[in-house]
Design a protein around this ligand. Structure first.
Ligand SMILES: [Zn+2]
Length: 406
């Protein structure tokens, strides 16, 4: 966790242990290739690349198949949570299959690893980092000296729910009470269920020993999940250590662009990667899949070079997208709209306003519309009498900045 770019060196030469945190079975969006693929494909690409380099890779990706959201949804549907979880996992596997993602070596589910979670919770209590109150087990955050080492956040930034059972409001549950109708398991402390953060500590150490090389997940997991996970792993065994943390945004970029980006950079430690590079990769992919590069632009020339490399590498790895070029272009445009926080109708509306302004020779307004959209990563192109749009690297308001300076 140096926050610097580093050469990747595995703990055991030739072998790599990689653990990817929870594919959440119930995200805000429906399970679909577009919403879950980035996480799967990004780390699939890591694995493929490491395998290609000759490493013996143990890739583990867990499913959180019991948590408050799944229980709430199952109750709402009057469905058994295990049936719901199985259904969601099946859909996830279908998506991964369509996109030719490599399956992890192990895909542990929380509900199949209760024994390991109980054992780690027990160790944590034994090491005086957790306490039992009325059958619930809480982690004592003040016993952990390095909080914030991954995220840079302080414990005061944790969202806490008031709970009179906790000694300190920032403590979190390792093992918690099940409400009536919720699933529970026998434990030394009562019939209850596990908290979230300890699950990955327990499953990761079970499959990869206490020291894994790469631990990854969505960027939203850095805080508090991975921060708390480091704390629980440390509390159970102080020698536990993750070599490199890798986090990705799994919302705003097309999986192809994530793969493309990953191929162009080294692993970074601990968490930061450049969205500017992802914007560049998105723009390059748009041209590649649009299939109409303009030879005379130096930028496009370099994109053609990138295309050759991307295709070569993807074909080595057997990962060329099974989707048509047109479908990929549409998906890249959808992602650009997500990043701009706009709907296509709004873009079309602004295009209409710009056309009208130009008709009225109000070029200051029409230029402003173009600049505002470009600042959000949407470039307008006048093709004959028509104006179309494409994703672009978001432009800064350079003209405006100059005006402000002068
Ligand atoms: Zn995790």
């Amino acid at each position: 966790m140096t926050r610097e770019k580093e050469l990747f060196v595995p703990k055991v030469p030739g072998k790599v242990g990689m653990y990817i945190s929870a594919v959440s079975l119930l995200t805000a969006k429906p399970m679909s290739a577009m919403s879950v693929l980035p996480l799967g494909s990004m780390f699939c690409t890591d694995t493929c690349w490491l395998l290609h380099l000759g490493f013996d890779v143990v890739y583990v990706r867990n499913f959180t198949d019991v948590d408050d959201k799944i229980i709430a949804k199952a109750n709402m549907r009057e469905e058994n949570i295990f049936t719901l979880a199985n259904h969601s996992i099946g859909k996830f596997h279908d998506d991964m299959c369509v996109l030719q993602c490599l399956a992890p070596k192990h895909e542990p589910r929380v509900t199949s690893h209760i024994e390991q979670i109980i054992s780690m919770t027990d160790e944590t209590i034994h090491n005086d980092s957790a306490y039992v109150v009325d059958g619930d087990v809480y982690f004592s955050l003040d016993k952990y000296p390095n909080f914030g080492c991954l995220s840079g956040n302080s414990r005061e930034e944790l969202l806490v729910t008031p709970d009179p059972k906790k000694r300190d409001p920032y403590d979190f549950a390792l093992w918690k009470a099940s409400k009536p109708g919720e699933p529970y398991w026998d434990s030394p402390w009562g019939h209850e269920r596990p908290g979230w953060h300890i699950e990955c500590s327990a499953m990761s150490s079970h499959y990869l020993s206490i020291q894994c090389d790469i631990h990854g997940g969505g960027r939203d997991l850095i805080f508090p999940h991975h921060e708390n996970e480091i704390a629980t792993s440390w509390a159970a065994c102080q020698a536990s250590k993750v070599g490199y943390w890798v986090h990705i945004d799994n919302e705003f970029y097309h999986p192809l662009s994530l793969r493309h980006y990953l191929m162009s950079v080294h692993f970074r430690s601990p968490v930061n990667y450049s969205t500017a590079n992802l914007d560049n990769a998105s723009e390059a992919d748009f041209y590649i899949y649009l299939g109409k590069p303009k030879q005379h632009l130096p930028l496009i020339q370099s994109l053609i070079e990138i295309e050759k490399v991307v295709k070569e590498v993807l074909s080595i790895l057997g990962l060329l997208s099974p989707l048509s070029y047109t479908e990929v272009v549409l998906q890249l445009k959808e992602k650009a709209l997500d990043r701009a926080n706009m709907e296509e109708d709004q873009v079309m509306d602004l295009i209409g306003k710009r056309t009208q302004a130009r008709k009225e020779r109000d070029f200051s307004s029409s230029d402003q519309i173009r600049r505002d959209l470009a600042a959000k990563g949407i470039a307008l192109m006048d093709v004959g009498k028509e104006t179309i749009w494409r994703p672009c690297v978001p432009h800064k308001h350079e003209d405006q900045a100059l005006l402000t300076l002068s």
